[in-house]
Design a protein around this ligand. Structure first.
Ligand SMILES: Nc1ncnc2c1ncn2[C@@H]1O[C@H](COP(=O)(O)OP(=O)(O)O)[C@@H](O)[C@H]1O
Ligand SMILES: [Mg+2]
Length: 236
């Protein structure tokens, strides 16, 4: 279980997070939703130690992560797939995966095979430069690069951004399968509330850095006010 407890973050005069508290249960998907600028990326960057909160803490099971260096937080089992994917375009698929495997407890060969099983298209394209991949394949590579380190928690920042609905649906399906078969805990940040709510068990909605809803995904998906004001979803 990973928990944010009263997190507040400021960038100079801009307060990006205000007293954010929520729990992501082990082996489940927690969606973090909200409009552009709501503080979603800041929340993930705070969890992975890239941003230092002004107050509040992040804990993983019984231990506190806040104050640890980002590289130590990765070693503690928290993988972060950043917004924009962050793969190295000039490197091949396999070279990108090797980078992720450097801190893996598994052999490189086993790690690669495992990722090629989850994402068969990456196996087919393993000698190709990441620059030549489609958007969806690049997102898979970014995820596989984090997963090859064998994290117990995966932070995903807007994986569906710029992807076609069908590609997004496939990706979400894989994330869901990963959780149910490996017990991975996922914090899924999305502006695309609809596809995230389909696979999440809980949803936290941020608005101007505050938590305005923290409930089951089913309840959030049915709440017209939330949908309209905070999630930009049109009534159907
Ligand atoms: N490095 C930064 N310096 C100054 N302000 C920032 C920085 N990163 C984000 N912000 C501001 O913090 C707020 C939250 O941003 P962000 O966490 O990126 O939101 P989201 O991911 O939900 O779009 C916004 O007002 C944004 O402009
Ligand atoms: Mg963002």
């Amino acid at each position: 279980m990973i928990r944010a407890n009263g997190l507040s973050v400021s960038y100079g005069a801009v307060q990006a997070l205000r007293d954010v508290t929520f729990t992501a249960e082990t082996g489940t998907i927690t969606a973090v939703l909200g409009a552009n600028g709501a503080g979603k990326t800041t929340l993930l960057r705070t969890i992975s130690g890239l941003v230092t909160p002004r107050s509040g803490t992040v804990s993983l099971d019984e231990t506190t992560l806040t104050g640890e260096r980002p590289e130590d937080i990765v070693r503690r089992g928290v993988g972060h797939v950043p917004e924009g994917r962050g793969v190295i375009a000039e490197f091949t698929v396999e070279e990108n995966l090797r980078l992720g495997a450097m801190i893996s407890p598994m052999s490189l060969r086993d790690g690669l095979n495992q990722q090629y099983e989850w994402f068969p298209v990456l196996g087919e394209r393993r000698k190709q430069a990441a620059a030549t991949l489609s958007g969806g394949e690049r997102q898979m590579l970014a995820m596989a690069r984090a997963l090859i380190a064998q994290p117990t928690v995966l932070l995903l920042d807007e994986p569906s951004l710029g992807l076609a609905p069908l590609v997004t649906a496939q990706l979400m399906h894989t994330v869901s399968e990963l959780c149910t078969t490996t017990g991975l805990t996922v914090i899924l940040v999305e502006q695309n509330a609809k596809s995230a709510l389909r696979i999440a068990s809980r949803a936290v909605v941020l608005y101007l850095g505050r938590v305005v809803a923290d409930d089951t995904a089913a309840v959030v998906a049915q709440d017209d006010q939330l949908r309209q004001y905070y999630l930009g979803m049109v009534k159907q």
